[in-house]
Design a binder for this molecule. Structure first.
Ligand code: CTP
Length: 401
């Protein structure tokens, strides 16, 4: 499986109080495995220091068109070449006016003009400046020129006013950047995903569950959306925000998850079972809180349906992906599970490494064999899994009525 190189992002920071959010954006991009080259305008340096951004990005920050560190004196060319995207956050009204008119009077505006890659701007300004006809004219021009406008949001402003013009939060900008840059490998596909744990009630206050955080399933939902898919996410109880553009069904028990999957599976081209579904549930659910007695107590558990195996056994099943969390003999157990459940792809990980963590190390098992992926943030692993599903060519919907 081809390993994609790290993304190279040039992050341009212009003068505005929202510049402090750029520090968090750098952190998110770096955590996701991107290389980030920060370029600041003089005005930006009045709001946040280059030293902060240098520490977070691990690279010297450029502010000057005539920077002596670039030996041929062409910093604008050197910095924009090889970039996968230029992201301006925050983008001031003045900077957008320069961009809309093709002005190039400092390093950042010059490298935007010299770029060969997508340009995204996250406006940040007072609401009157945003509403001003000149700004709106510039925004419309930038959109016509193919520049992606991220936001702005509405809300409290640094000046004390309330309205449109606030910069998006760092996480929202990060998500938008991912979405803009992702190849649309699953365009037009319906993807059904289960995620998180299930909760098997014993009585109104107690139940059996597991330590699944839902992070891997949510990351796959995000990656599939970014790849152009329509996503239905059937989620057990987790403390995560679902991607805004996913259709989300929140459930507690395996039985509820099964019912939700049955409802949506007919229109699914791809089914990805990431959930840590409880294999057993209490035979009886007490309507009242179970009272302590003097003696020990035993619980009788009955089997839950295997949702993944059921989906894969349908007459015209979607392309099925399973997850195997094992504590030993990873590849052997995972491959046996793949064959038993008759799924095209099994993603194997060691339970003790994966559960609750932000990173994961997985091996993909399919008919062609094993593909071990390096340890990486779950967001990165999710993109690689989505790319692998698409590459298997089976993402194409089988001829089903
Ligand atoms: N799965 C499912 N329904 C179940 C149990 C599991 O859909 N009742 C799915 C999971 O979402 C996952 C895959 O099956 O994609 C593997 O789950 P796992 O619990 O590791 O497999 P089991 O068959 O339950 O095997 P084990 O004995 O290891 O628990």
């Amino acid at each position: 499986m081809a390993q994609t190189r790290n993304r190279r992002i040039v992050l341009g920071i212009t003068g505005g109080i929202a510049a402090y959010k750029a520090a968090e954006l750098v952190r998110l991009l770096i955590k996701d495995g991107s290389e980030v080259q920060v370029v600041m305008t003089q005005a930006a340096c009045g709001f946040i220091t280059p030293a902060t951004l240098q520490a977070l990005s691990g690279k010297p920050v450029f502010t000057d068109l005539w920077d002596s560190r670039v030996t041929d004196g062409m910093a604008h060319i050197a910095l924009s070449r090889g970039a996968d995207a230029i992201v301006i956050a925050p983008a001031s009204a003045n900077f957008m006016a320069k961009l809309a008119n093709g002005l190039a009077d400092d390093l950042l505006s010059t490298l935007c003009l010299a770029r060969e890659c997508p340009l995204m701007v996250a406006p940040a300004m007072n609401r009157q400046m945003w509403e001003n006809k000149a700004t709106q004219r510039n925004v419309a021009q930038l959109a016509r020129d193919g520049v992606a406008i991220l936001g702005p949001a509405s809300g409290d402003q640094a000046c004390g006013e309330v309205g449109l013009g606030r910069m998006l939060e760092a996480q929202q900008i990060f998500d938008e950047v991912q979405s803009q840059l992702a190849p649309k490998l699953l365009a037009g596909k319906n993807v059904l995903i289960t995620a998180g744990p299930t909760f098997e009630a014993l009585d109104p206050v107690r139940g059996i569950t597991n330590r699944s955080s839902g992070k891997m399933g949510y990351a796959i939902a995000r990656a599939a959306l970014d790849a152009g898919a329509k996503v239905t996410l059937v989620s057990g109880p987790v403390h995560l925000d679902a991607p805004a553009s996913a259709r989300v069904e929140r459930i507690d028990s395996a039985a509820e998850m099964f019912a939700a999957v049955k409802k949506h599976v007919k229109s699914a081209d791809i089914f990805i079972g990431v959930a840590a579904v409880a294999d057993y549930r209490p035979e009886r659910v007490s309507a009242q809180k179970i009272k302590k007695k003097d003696d020990d107590m035993s619980l009788r558990l009955v089997q839950n349906p295997d949702i993944l195996a059921w989906v894969a056994a349908q007459p015209k099943p979607p392309f099925c992906v399973g997850f195997a969390a094992e504590s030993q003999k990873l590849n052997e157990f995972a491959d046996a599970k793949r064959r038993r459940k008759k799924v095209q792809l099994m993603v194997a990980n060691l339970a003790q490494h994966a559960i609750g963590a932000d990173d994961n190390e997985v091996t993909l098992l399919d008919d062609a064999g094993l593909h071990k992926l390096p340890r990486a943030p779950k967001t990165v692993v999710a993109r690689q899994i989505v790319a692998h599903v698409a590459a298997l060519g089976t993402a194409r919907r089988k001829t089903r009525k």
